[in-house]
Design a protein around this ligand. Structure first.
Ligand SMILES: [Ca+2]
Ligand SMILES: [Ca+2]
Length: 398
């Protein structure tokens, strides 16, 4: 369970938890199994996935002001499961974004590959490895409400994002600290707070606003920006088009909840992306008929009896939209995953051609069908469950 935000106390987050289900009774085992899960941040999505391909199921977590967080499953000498935070050793300690969602897909040699939804590059702030956007937060005036103050790089240093009037409206005692607008305009982050202000304050960062592809390499993981069409608005819901066209992925987004001065992020229309599993090149498919121009949130795919896909999209303060994929001429067979099964390896002419994971709760707060259309070209699939048990299904081919 991922903690998101303490109501009325943005950007403070409640703790996250791992619960053990023993015959319907849940026990909190977080402190023993994953001490770092006690304070992960503002979690938006977490999936169980074997990101290092060692057969043990790991946790991949993203969130707002959070790095892409890798929690690797290891076994203690007594055989007990422990999740170790390897984000820094993977080189992702500066990958903080306003991440919304994770969608697993397949890369070269079946390597783990994920689509990550972020707030996009068409927003008011710019962030990079060297120049993060920073938020310092604390109840500075002691009135029982948290006062977040955002800073961004402008030329020679970090300056507050909000104007003087907005800030002294939040913390009236700062009126005397920033008497003149001309002086306020020159104040950098280092001079903004007093020493006592910073005691027990929290500081959060964003280095990366780009919706991205996360993929495994020989030495670890790398990030690659998704095409510009997906950067023009925040990306929330994501789904894979299964089976025959499994190289296609759908995204939806937009966000209207900003302050008036920032305006709505409303340029997104919903996108269909194509991914080449071998070289990880990504294209955009136009005129697909998929169109979600409101605040797209959840996106789930349902597999119909004939193998075709239906996509269901929720929109914040808008209608639910439903899209039906036109059926390809190729015949399919349907594979239904059992309760704890999550990984499928596809074989064609004796070769492993693709590996896909189907964890629960992928994308953004969404659950797609666990019924997979299998192309007639596939002769065998090997399915793994979360505990590592495997079963093989052979398909008769002419
Ligand atoms: Ca693993
Ligand atoms: Ca306050």
């Amino acid at each position: 369970m991922g903690g998101r935000v303490r109501p009325g106390n943005y950007p403070l987050s409640p703790r996250s938890a791992i619960l053990k289900n023993e015959g319907g009774t849940f026990t909190d085992i977080t402190a023993a199994v994953c001490p770092d899960c006690m304070a992960l941040g503002m979690v938006t999505t977490a999936i169980w996935t074997d990101f290092d391909k060692d057969g043990l199921i790991d946790l991949l977590v993203v969130g707002e002001w959070m790095p892409i967080t890798f929690l690797k499953h290891t076994k203690s000498p007594l055989g007990e499961s422990v999740f170790e935070n390897v984000t820094t050793s993977y080189g992702f300690e500066n990958s903080q974004g306003w991440w919304n969602s994770i969608l697993p897909t397949s890369g070269p040699k079946g390597n783990p590959t994920y689509l990550l939804g972020n707030f996009g590059k068409n927003i008011r702030w710019k962030a990079s490895e060297q120049s993060p956007v920073i938020m310092v937060a604390k109840d500075f005036d002691g009135n029982q409400s948290i006062d977040p103050v955002m800073f961004q790089y402008l030329g020679d240093g970090m300056y507050p994002v909000a104007g003087r009037d907005a800030l002294v409206g939040q913390v009236p005692s700062w009126k005397n600290r920033f008497l003149k607008y001309a002086e306020f305009a020159q104040i950098k982050k280092e001079a903004f707070f007093t020493k006592s202000d910073l005691e027990n304050s929290i500081e959060l960062k964003v280095h990366n606003f780009s919706s991205s592809l996360l993929f495994k390499t020989e030495n670890g993981f790398e990030l690659k920006e998704l095409p510009n069409e997906t950067q023009i608005s925040p990306v929330f819901g994501m789904a894979v088009s299964q089976g025959l066209r499994s190289q296609q992925m759908l995204t939806v987004g937009n966000f209207y909840g900003n302050e008036t001065i920032t305006g709505r992020y409303d340029t997104g229309k919903g996108e269909v992306l194509s991914l080449n599993h071998n070289d990880l090149s990504i294209g955009t498919i136009h005129n697909s008929g998929f169109n979600v121009d409101g605040e797209g949130r959840a996106l789930a795919s349902l597999t119909m009896g004939d193998g075709s896909q239906v996509y269901i999209v929720s929109q914040h303060q808008g209608a639910v939209k439903v899209f039906k994929e036109q059926l390809s001429k190729e015949e399919v067979e349907l594979l239904v995953l059992e309760k704890d099964e999550f990984k499928v390896e596809y074989y064609q002419e004796g070769n492993l051609i693709r590996v896909e994971e189907f964890p629960y709760g992928q994308g953004y707060l969404s659950q797609s069908s666990r019924k997979i259309p299998i192309s007639k070209r596939i002769e065998k699939v090997v399915i793994s469950d979360f505990a590592g048990n495997k079963r093989t299904v052979l398909f008769e081919r002419k």
